[in-house]
Design a protein around this ligand. Structure first.
Ligand code: FPP
Ligand code: MG
Length: 256
């Protein structure tokens, strides 16, 4: 399935989008796309089929986000913890990612036309080298696009991101490029994989789990959280609408 979906919404879906747009729209939404294997189990198909349907759902959700005017989306596609799954599942997820990044490169003109920039965040060194190459090429070929940004957390955990940031700072001090007094939150923030991004305003997790599972822990201190029991491949525009309504109802008030 194409990364850029252009299917026409039904009239009542367009109406819902327009109603939501009368209120505040989050600039940045993060998704924990959970429940792919339970979906596969429910349908009696292989796990990888659930993940593949999960990717298709991601492309649909991105189209809804574009229509809603959401500038940035970050998705948890593969956690460092996921390397502990069976070798078969890890290999299949790597193959799925290879297939999708190859497709992304084939579609780069379409992404450029829509101004969509792709960034992959995480520890790339843990990935097979051919996949690292595809990831770098994908980021490189869309790097000038700023109309909408998709951050794909792949081989990511927040604790690894923070550890990496701290070791960058320690290296700076060791090399006499930084002084101990230079270390503050702002400096750590500039060393995170997400340094080019705004903080998410809304984080949505599907599948009924109500945990953050080491995702964007630094970045979600002021973020509205929304948990839904729906399995990710079954997530609909109505689930997204409910999450945005939840955000609108809980808009942060200025605190001194
Ligand atoms: C969580 O469901 C999902 C994953 C670990 C993988 C998500 C990956 C995709 C949607 C494909 C993305 C690919 C690219 C290139 C962006 P789960 O496996 O934890 O399912 P469960 O909670 O039912 O066990
Ligand atoms: Mg899960």
């Amino acid at each position: 399935m194409s990364w850029v979906q252009q299917s026409k919404l039904r009239w009542y879906e367009t109406l819902a989008v327009n109603v939501l747009k009368c209120g505040a729209i989050p600039k940045h939404i993060a998704f924990i796309m959970d429940g792919n294997r339970r979906f596969a189990n429910k349908c009696g198909v292989k796990k990888i089929e659930g993940h593949s349907k999960g990717f298709d759902k991601l492309t649909e959700v991105l189209q809804w986000c574009l229509l809603l005017g959401i500038k940035e989306v970050t998705v948890y596609a593969f956690s460092i913890e996921n390397f502990r799954r069976s070798q078969e599942e890890v290999d299949q997820l790597m193959s799925l990612a290879r297939e999708k990044f190859k497709r992304l490169l084939e579609e780069k003109d379409k992404l450029n036309e829509h101004g969509i920039g792709i960034r992959v965040i995480g520890n790339m060194a843990l990935l097979p080298t051919d996949l690292q190459k595809l990831v770098v090429e994908s980021m490189e070929s869309t790097k000038l696009n700023t109309k909408a940004i998709l951050n794909i957390a792949f081989s990511y955990t927040s604790r690894e991101e923070m550890t990496h940031a701290i070791s960058e700072v320690a290296w700076g001090v060791h090399e006499d490029l930084l002084k101990i007094e230079d270390i503050d939150e702002d400096l750590i923030q500039k060393c995170l994989y997400t340094r080019h991004s705004l903080q998410p305003d809304l984080l949505i997790r599907s599948s009924g789990e109500v945990r953050l599972s080491d995702f964007l822990l630094w970045q979600t201190t002021c973020c509205t959280l929304y948990f839904t029991p729906v399995l990710w491949p079954e997530f609909t525009i109505w689930d997204l609408s409910k999450a945005i309504l939840h955000y609108q109802k809980n808009l942060p008030t200025l605190m001194v």
